[in-house]
Structures are given as C-alpha cells and as structure tokens.
Design a protein around this ligand. Structure first.
Ligand code: GLU
Length: 298
C-alpha cells in the first residue's frame, strides 16, 4: 500500500443525493472514492446532499447508509447533511457579494440562449448590468470574468474550460431560495477538509465552476478524479429518473464485483461468490486508479 506523510492526510468523500436507494451508478462512485481514500491510508467521509427537499425521498439517506454498511464501505465521523448547512452557504454568498448580482430571468426566458458543447445553456448576461425596469429579483448569480480554468483530472487528464464562454454567469441561489449545488459543494468540501474528490464524470463540467468559487472564497482546490458514468441499455445515465434498480442490501456482493469490474479492477471470478467484505478487502489491496477506463461514460 502506498503511504507517506502527505498521503496520510488524504480525505475522500461520497456525497449522494438521497433521491432514492443506492443503485449501480452511485455504487460506482462510492466504491471508487472509498478505494482511493483507503488505499492512500486516508479517511472517507459522507455527505448527504439533501439541499433540495422536493427531490429527496423519505428514508433514502438511511437506506443508502445501511447499504454502504452491508458493503463494508465504512466511513469516518458523522455524515454531514446539507439541509443543516444553510447558515454556512449564506455566509459564503455574503463573502462573494462583490461578485454576485440579482437576476430576474426565469428558466423559460433564457431557454433559447446559446448552448455550450455539453448542451447546457450559457447565460446571456441579461441582468448583469442591473435588473430590467419593473422586474423583481429571482435568483442570485455569480459574475464570471473572462478566464480559462485548467486542472489535471487523475482519470480524464488535462481539462480546460472557458467559464465565460461555456457557462456564463451562474446561479448561486435559486429563485425558490435553495442554494445551488455548485456553492454548497465548494463550501462543504472545504468544511470537511476533502483533499481527493472522486465522483462521476457527469460532474466534470461542473469542476471549473467549483475551482473558480474556491479561488474567490480563498479555499483550497482538492485533487479530482472523475470516473466513468454507468449507462443503461438505452445509453442513459443510471439514476432514479431512468429507473435504475436498487442494490439488494441483503445480497450486495455481485453488485460490488460488477462495480469493481466496471472500474477496470477485474476481481478474480471466484470472488464473485464471496462475501462483500472479502471483495472489499481484495479491492483495497489491489486498487489502482490507473486501471480505471479513461472514458466519461460506458
Ligand atoms: N450529490 C451528487 C450526486 O449524487 C454528487 C455531488 C459530488 O460528488 O460532488 O450526483
């Protein structure tokens, strides 16, 4: 196992949104982040991303924790819950006041603005210079200056994004008062002292926004590794919306073996019938981020 003083300081995390039980897609992120943190002799923390109450399913957080426990993916400390963190997000928004402007635009009003290469809307700057006459404030947006954000992802390689061109000014607090994921994740990764973020490549395009916020807030930038996202037969990301099947908590070993294979780790076939904990121990002893396929989805 690789260990040094620096590596001992490693802190990873798994940050599920409790929209439903753990499915294969979220299991892949959990397994990759657990293996990377533990193989570095580090800690693994949990964060329940229950920012958006209508999207949360009752009991889902407890369900996810129980399944992780059955898989032997043990965590350090008490899981953080974003629903308790409003004051910290408000304080961060306050610190960004010089860079934030009130925005009156509804989603529909900016629906026909330009799209970036990922097919996301680029904010056209409508309220940047002030609210149009007679319009009320809906959301708070961050003014994005012309700049390139560059970082090296441990799986995906060198990533470069022009925030102004590909994203535009982005929302930090939504019209319904909910703080945006981008702000919450930056504040919470810093609060939890996360040094290594390992998560699905669907979030790769969000990372430059998060790095930009870290710089404005004077927070450290963690190392990033974005693992491939699991697709269903129709080529859609596994999620609650695409009706991904829940991991069976009473028989989790096959799913764990499949997640390891998906991550390029090829556990020996005889271990497919082993107990989840034996597979987990094999994964820890043999984990290699270099073997994770360098693709964004598969
Ligand atoms: N809560 C997000 C999700 O379940 C993950 C956020 C992150 O890892 O930064 O997709």
């Amino acid at each position: 196992m690789r260990k040094s003083a620096d590596m001992n300081a490693c802190r990873g995390r798994f940050a599920p949104s409790p929209t439903g039980p753990l499915h294969f897609g979220s299991l892949v992120a959990a397994v990759a982040s657990w293996c990377e943190a533990r193989a570095r002799g580090g800690q693994w923390l949990l964060r329940i991303e229950d920012l958006d109450p209508p999207r949360c399913a009752p009991g889902a957080a407890e369900d996810i924790l129980a399944t992780l426990e059955r898989l032997g993916l043990d965590w350090d400390g008490t899981p953080m819950r974003q629903s308790t963190r409003g004051a910290a997000y408000a304080a961060a928004l306050e610190r960004l006041a010089d860079h934030v402007f009130p925005c009156a635009c509804s989603r529909r009003e900016i629906a026909d603005s330009a799209l970036n290469p990922q097919g996301e809307q680029v904010y056209p700057g409508t309220c940047r210079g002030g609210l149009p006459p007679g319009r009320g404030v809906r959301s708070s947006r961050l003014r994005v200056d012309e700049c390139e954000i560059e970082f090296t992802d441990a799986v995906q390689g060198r990533i470069r994004q022009s925030l102004a061109r590909d994203v535009g000014d982005f929302v930090l607090r939504r019209a319904d008062g909910v703080f945006a994921y981008q702000l919450a994740v930056v504040v919470d990764d810093a609060e939890q002292g996360i040094s290594h973020v390992v998560r699905g490549a669907d979030l790769l395009a969000s990372t430059p926004r998060q790095i930009y916020l870290q710089r404005l807030l004077g927070l450290p930038t963690p190392h990033y590794a974005h693992v491939p996202v699991a697709l269903n037969a129709a080529g859609e990301k596994l999620s609650k919306q695409t009706l991904a099947e829940a991991i069976d908590p009473s028989h989790p070993a096959p799913a764990l073996a499949a997640a390891l294979a998906f991550l390029g780790q090829s556990p020996p076939p005889e271990l497919a019938r082993a107990r989840a904990r034996d597979l987990r121990d094999w994964a820890l002893a043999h984990w290699s981020l270099e073997r994770v396929p360098r693709v964004r989805a598969r």
